[in-house]
Ligand binder design. Structure first.
Ligand SMILES: [Zn+2]
Length: 138
C-alpha cells in the first residue's frame, strides 16, 4: 500500500499524528499514516535504501527503513523490512510490512510514521508532499 493511500492518523488515546504534535517534552517530527499491521508498505519515493534501523534503544523488534533520493532521507518507521541496504526501489515498491504498536502503546491506532530530512539534516514537514501525491494519484 502506498503511503499516500493511507489515511492520516488524526488523534487517539496516545496522541496526534500530525507534524508538530506534542510528544511529552518533544515535538513530533513526522506524520503518522494509519494502516493495519502486516499491510505491505510501499516506498515513499524512488531511491536507494540507505539504512534499515531500530528506532527504539533496546527494542530489536520495531524497525525503520530509510530511502535516500537527491540527498533527502525518507524514513518509514514501524515496518518489518523486506529490503536491505543498497537496494534500489521505485515509489510504491514494497519495502516491508507494517508492524503493530498496540503492545507498546495500548490504545494507539496502528500506523507507520514518515519523516524526511533535507541534505543538511533538518527535518522537513512531509505533509505538503503527501497532499500533492494524494491529488496526483487519486
Ligand atoms: Zn509518528
Amino acid at each position: 500500500m502506498n503511503l499516500y493511500e493511507m489515511p492520516s492518523r488524526g488523534c487517539d488515546a496516545r496522541g496526534c499524528g500530525h507534524y508538530g504534535a506534542p510528544r511529552g517534552g518533544r515535538i513530533h517530527r513526522g506524520i503518522d499514516l494509519t494502516c493495519e499491521s502486516k499491510t505491505p508498505v510501499g516506498a515513499p519515493v524512488g531511491g536507494v535504501v540507505t539504512k534499515v534501523g531500530w528506532p527504539y534503544i533496546g527494542n530489536f523488534d520495531i524497525r525503520y527503513i530509510q530511502v535516500t533520493c537527491e540527498d533527502y532521507r525518507y524514513r518509514v518507521f514501524y515496518v518489518s523490512p523486506t529490503v536491505t541496504v543498497g537496494d534500489t526501489v521505485e515509489i510504491g515498491d514494497v519495502i516491508g510490512t507494517a508492524q503493530s504498536l498496540k503492545h507498546l502503546y495500548p490504545g494507539i491506532t496502528d500506523h507507520v510514521h514518515l519523516e524526511v530530512k533535507d541534505p543538511d539534516g533538518a527535518f522537513v514537514d512531509p505533509t505538503p508532499l503527501l497532499q500533492v501525491m494524494r491529488s496526483l494519484y487519486c
